[in-house]
Ligand binder design. Structure first.
Ligand code: SF4
Ligand code: SF3
Length: 565
């Protein structure tokens, strides 16, 4: 195996024996193959669009396949290989529809010598890239093929780096699209781009310049995808509002819901109403607490625990069932394996998976029944945290914020969005949050916030010093806020604002957030705790030269550097 898609890539180079995340070699092979055949399906889908064939089932499948391969989402080889089989089937069905519509599904090569051509005996053969042609049916076929089509199949390290940058951005985008689609929101242009970009990662005629341009174009669609999800979430559940969230426990049995899918939270809250079972949020689901539509439920308890990487210890203490709606899942301990349920793109072998019905509805009754027979959660913390500072809420405070900036009470904003993780080096972010001047404000989104959201960093003139917009996709809110401030201050360039970007990344959703920021022209973003292993030295140089991307050093020097910029 070779995988370097996340920040934990072994030795900052790549995992080769087993993933630091727990991904085993056979799961890695299955995922490599799934990405490959998904590219094949994308090639056919892209060709189909040229002759007006758009298949929403194919689009959904491409989206779900990519989501399934994101870090810490799915560890179930059988499920992944099942998706490989279904993808091959869908590809062949789509091909025949494309041919019927007059599409060529690839290049045409005229076979036969001159004489045969003159005699009209030449035959036409449609040549497709291997990913759109290859097929197999047994696990032996699948494993043998997987060995040859992984990341290292691209020999040139710069082309490999750019292709993977694009694929990881698309994986992040696929997650956001899936959540929006679950709420009935969709955008055909985004699917069209995803198919085209995926196909391009197997096109040997594309050089580095074209791939850089494509990565930035992915950023454009990243903004569109996050905007769509924002519309889906706020259109369905209202605009997030300032909310105090209890981090303690109640006396009833509870269900802990984690991950990013708000539709799952919605269904779970409805189905648990009146059952005597409380619902707690975990990690990225904390953002659910900020939506008016969910706040109305009396049995919606607080947030339990911290970011994803502490789950083994905290799930053990929760005592009741846990529902993982997306990443990040950690290989469960035996002590709570029975209580761990997955749904959507997430999966763990041996844990129950709740499938959606054709209508999208899910039946959580077995989770609820289990909860009724469990003890209430063990208290691990007490107190409350404050969040809900998405764009609508912050813009309603815009006058206050602008006045504070004009009066010099707020000197600078630090965007500290992104991910948390288990590396000790990430304590940098806690130390950074503690050490920045008291007249600065942190804008955050994603699970990165758990490094500093319980520090009680205080307020400036009634404005909290940590403004949590919500999940990683709510980084979109931070962009809306920045663009509004630019307008209010009459600036031409968003980089003239007193905003610094010190982003912690871990998995591929952070990659699409980064590409989106680059597309919007944001410069001088600092990424940590380490730069992505998938950036080759040359590609990293392009990002440094064109966008001022940098890493982190130490808290003191970095604060000095940011405050002087
Ligand atoms: Fe390693 Fe990250 Fe890939 Fe897991 S997802 S195998 S930790 S690089
Ligand atoms: Fe966290 Fe996985 Fe990235 Fe959505 S839950 S931010 S790491």
């Amino acid at each position: 195996m070779f995988c370097f898609q996340c920040q934990e890539a072994a030795g900052c180079k790549g995992c080769t024996k087993i993933g630091v995340c727990g991904k085993t070699e056979d799961v890695a092979r299955a995922k490599d193959l799934l990405v490959y055949v998904t590219k094949g399906l994308a090639i056919v889908s892209s060709e189909g669009r040229k002759v007006g064939v758009v298949d929403s089932i194919v689009d959904r499948y491409i989206t779900e396949n990519l989501f399934t391969t994101i870090t810490n989402a799915n560890f179930d080889r059988d499920v992944i290989l099942g998706r490989v089989r279904e993808t091959l089937k869908l590809r062949e069905e789509l091909k025949s529809n494309v041919v019927k519509a007059g599409g060529k599904v690839g290049e045409t090569r005229i076979n036969g010598g001159l004489l045969k051509r003159i005699l009209g005996m030449a035959s036409q053969e449609v040549i497709m890239p291997d990913a759109a042609e290859w097929s197999g049916s047994t696990e032996v076929d699948f494993d043998a093929k997987a060995e040859r089509v992984g990341v290292l199949a691209t020999e040139d390290e710069d082309i490999r780096s750019l292709r993977e940058l694009i694929v990881y951005g698309l994986k992040g985008l696929s997650a956001y699209m899936k959540h929006a689609m679950n709420l009935g929101y969709n955008d055909e242009n985004i699917h069209g781009f995803m198919a085209r970009a995926l196909a391009a990662t197997l096109d040997d005629s594309l050089g580095a310049d074209e791939l850089v341009a494509l990565a930035l174009e992915a950023g454009k669609y990243g903004v569109d995808g996050m905007a769509l999800l924002d519309k889906a979430n706020t259109g369905s559940y209202g605009h997030p509002e300032i909310t105090k969230v209890d981090i303690g426990v109640r006396g009833n049995p509870g269900i802990l819901i984690s991950g990013h899918d708000l539709k799952d939270l919605d269904m779970l809250l409805k189905q648990t109403e009146g059952t005597g079972v409380d619902v707690y949020t975990h990690s990225e689901m904390l953002a659910g607490q900020y939506y008016p539509e969910f706040k109305k439920y009396g049995h919606f308890a607080g947030n339990y625990g911290n970011a994803w990487w502490k789950q083994a210890e905290e799930f053990e203490k929760f005592n009741g069932p846990i529902l993982m709606t997306t990443n990040c899942v950690v290989t469960p301990k035996d002590s709570y394996r029975e209580r761990l349920f997955t749904t959507g793109a997430s999966g763990v072998p041996g844990c129950k998976h709740i499938e959606a019905a054709e209508s999208g509805e899910k039946d959580f009754s077995q989770v609820i029944e289990m909860a009724k027979n469990c003890n209430s959660p063990t208290e691990i913390e007490r107190g409350e945290i404050v969040g809900g500072f998405a764009h609508n809420q912050v813009l309603s405070l815009a006058d206050k914020v602008v006045d504070a900036v004009k009066a010099g009470a707020i000197k600078r904003f630090f965007v500290m969005a992104g991910c948390d993780g288990r590396a000790k080096s990430r304590n940098y972010y806690t130390d950074f949050a503690k050490a920045i001047p008291k007249d600065t404000v942190i804008l955050t989104a994603g699970c990165a916030k758990y490094k500093y959201n319980k520090l009680n960093l205080g307020e400036i003139g009634g404005i909290s010093r940590v403004l949590d917009a919500g999940q990683c996709n709510d980084s979109y809110s931070l962009v809306v806020i920045a663009l509004k401030l630019k307008e209010v201050f009459g600036l031409d360039d968003v980089n003239e604002l007193p905003i610094s970007y010190n982003i912690a990344w871990y998995e591929q959703k952070a990659v699409i957030v980064l590409l989106s920021l680059l597309h919007l022209g944001v410069k001088n973003i600092h990424l940590g705790p380490t730069l992505p292993a998938f950036l080759s030295p040359n590609v990293a140089n392009v990002l440094v030269d064109s966008f001022g991307i940098g890493g982190i050093t130490n808290v003191e020097d970095d604060i000095k550097m940011f405050m002087e910029s």
